[in-house]
Design a protein around this ligand. Sequence first.
Ligand code: ARG
Length: 463
Amino acid sequence: MSDKSSNQMWGGRFAEGPDAIMEAINASIGFDQRMAAQDIAGSRAHAAMLAACGVITDSDAEAIREGLLTVLSEIDAGDFGFSTALEDIHMNVEARLAELIGEPAGRLHTGRSRNDQVATDFKLWVRAQLDAADQGLLALVRALLDQAEAGADWVMPGFTHLQVAQPVTWGHHMMAYVEMFGRDLSRMRDARVRMNESPLGAAALAGTSFPIDREMTAAALGFDRPAANSLDAVADRDFALEFLGAATMCAMHLSRLAEELVIWSSAQFRFVVLSDRFSTGSSIMPQKKNPDAAELIRAKVGRILGAQVGLTMVMKGLPLTYSKDMQEDKEQVFDAADSLMLALAAMTGMVADMTANRDSLAAAAAQGFSTATDLADWLVRRLGLPFREAHHVTGALVKLAEDHGVDLDGLTLAQMQGVHEGITDEVFTVLGVQNSVASRTSYGGTAPVRVREQISRWRGKLG
Ligand code: ARG
């Protein structure tokens, strides 16, 4: 047994130290040291509260406060010797505090337990990730708004089934992602509101007989209120799962945009040129410029969803309250958070740097009889045909154009009248893609005037 072991903390009833394998499976310090700042913030709030409530003396609280600041600076400077024998961040910090300040360190753990401590630390850590995701999403939304504004009236093909459907505007397509990431932002914010209750002072599970003030520690740590049930406070990991749920959704959206960038930057599409800063080359094919960042972003959703599934499996079936299983909550959340933040930053960089190829977009917009719906709508509006019949007539015109190897506006009026005698040359005004998008002025439609309204609505919302 090393002399710096967890048996220092509960040695009273133990004759022997742990087996090396026990120590290895039990320790979380290898990863939970990432919560050092949160652990020390929680301990500072707890010590100040204990003194304010007369549970410890002011001088002990002061010694604890100064000692904890020293510990934090040692950790920040990278010269803290983390010990596996001391299991986790909570005991590593407390043991070092005892070395630094002696006896008062032993009073810090009055009226609390590692169970409320770890729940508090982890909540503070996850809350910081919700805030970081918020910032990351705002930056991405701003980059998309800039792209939308630059090309509010640039035409491009809109797709369904990845088949050309109807012309849309580049701005409209960018704004579709603004809506998605805007919902992700609101999910992060909703989760933060729901999770922002302090577990601290729930103690091991039942509360404590010491006259503590949980409102005080909650306020000191930026929580809205203390969690109302001590059993739930130590057993709850919903906050981490909810973050993972929001992160998964966001990663799925990132993956869809990433996939479009992969397609769009290909030689077959040429819709966008990605910047050199966000592309890679090939070691053998000199001509290549690869969208690796987009591909990696596309893949990240797998590990983030994996974390959500993994933690759900850890939590299911656990009887109240704390079980050591719950120590398995952190690594996958850490990994998911790192992956999400990196993916958001990389996507923001790619979107901000990319150049849309206006000419390729316009040329592609005209292909594939993309204004066929406009033609059908015109037959309804001007000739009074029922839409189903207009659909049929248009289908025949598309077939005719296809047979002649021309676009719809390449047919002559005579050819069109051969299909339906009522057609006049006014029809040609609706066959151009620019007219097509300009006509779609319904709320939420692709017309540049509507797109610009949405851009300014979002700008106003974001301030
Ligand atoms: N390292 C532990 C964890 O991450 C801290 C809580 C330990 N509590 C206990 N009763 N053993 O979950």
